[in-house]
Design a protein around this ligand. Structure first.
Ligand SMILES: [Fe+2]
Length: 251
């Protein structure tokens, strides 16, 4: 079996991930060596910070990187994606969103970034909009949000899934984030782990994540689910759109 990473900034020259194709290839060599065989390419879709991304050009950028990777004989498969900021999720057209959706027809889903400033009403509104448009949701690094986590639970009850970062478990974002990440794992709230890799500045892969899970007290079966079978399931089978309960009319 092999690791499946659903969050990685591996495409070159788009955001704060890989700067060049050589850096993309250097990271692909590491992925190959550490047993990561499937990688979703998830550049930031966050116009406030990264203005140069053209969503309609992502497929071609991914194909070029895939060709270069195969040219080196590396067994790393690239998949579509994008790390969608909630403010952009409120603005992008359905046609634009299609360029960064993942999963099969009928169970398409989006990687929605939990804001560092905290989970707020706008984030929930964005999640609801994407759901109305028919998307399932994987919420990226909720442990890195500064607060507002109670607003996540209705989304999780409606079918949103949580993705925790390797770097959070590693302690790179401080003790509070590390403890929250471990807590999400311990309580079974984390559906999968991701590298959120930024080649050149954040190079670790899911192999490290697997061992960090074991060190944090997860069983080998749970570590396997979080780094391999669960993300593989999302890649191939998708996520149903969220099922929000209608708000009951007050009497
Ligand atoms: Fe990311």
């Amino acid at each position: 079996m092999s690791y499946v990473d659903l969050h990685c900034h591996i495409l070159p020259g788009l955001d704060d991930g890989a700067a060049t194709m050589e850096e993309t290839l250097r990271h692909a060599r590491r992925l190959h060596a550490e047993g990561v065989r499937d990688v979703a390419c998830t550049p930031h879709v966050k116009r406030a910070h990264f203005r140069g991304i053209h969503l309609s050009g992502l497929a071609q950028a991914r194909e070029e990187a895939q060709r270069a990777i195969e040219g080196e004989g590396l067994g790393v498969r690239l998949h579509p994606g994008g790390e969608l900021a909630h403010r952009d999720a409120l603005l992008l057209s359905p046609q634009q969103l299609r360029h960064i959706a993942q999963g099969p027809a009928g169970a398409r889903w989006l990687l929605l970034e939990c804001p560092f400033a905290g989970i707020d009403e706008d984030f929930v509104t964005a999640a609801q909009r994407l759901s109305v448009l028919g998307y399932g949701l994987l919420l990226a690094h909720p442990e890195r949000a500064a607060g507002g986590h109670d607003a996540l639970w209705p989304l999780v009850e409606a079918g949103a899934l949580l993705q925790v970062n390797v770097c959070s478990l590693l302690g790179n974002h401080g003790l509070d984030v590390q403890e929250l990440a471990a807590d999400f794992v311990r309580r079974g709230l984390a559906y999968c782990l991701a590298s959120d890799g930024h080649p050149g500045s954040r190079d670790h892969t899911l192999q490290l994540g697997f061992h960090l899970l074991l060190a944090a007290g997860a069983s080998s079966a749970q570590a396997y689910r979080l780094t391999q079978s669960n993300p593989r399931f999302l890649l191939h089978q998708g996520i149903p759109s969220l099922d929000f309960e209608p708000v009951a009319a007050s009497s």
